[in-house]
Design a protein around this ligand. Structure first.
Ligand SMILES: [Zn+2]
Length: 78
């Protein structure tokens, strides 16, 4: 088991804990989401926020006061 796999697994576990659901279909969707999206930046003081990229429609993460696309690198003001 690699370190990366450990990280990915713990992220999935964290998302499942946040969802706090025992609905198997919801949990399956969360696992799928975690596996199909890029890893978020390190958790900052404001937590993690995401939005859709207007350019490539992939996930953008909020980094300080900027949205940064995880796929194409586009940056937008929040
Ligand atoms: Zn993009």
């Amino acid at each position: 088991m690699t370190h990366f796999a450990d990280e990915a697994r713990s992220r999935t576990a964290r998302l499942l804990r946040m969802a706090a659901t025992h609905d198997e279909r919801t949990r399956a969707r969360i696992v799928e989401y975690a596996a199909s999206t890029p890893d978020p930046p390190l958790m900052g003081p404001h937590g993690i926020h995401t939005t859709g990229c207007s350019h490539c429609r992939q996930t953008m993460w909020m980094q300080r006061d900027l949205w940064v696309c995880s796929s194409c690198g586009r940056m937008e003001d929040v």
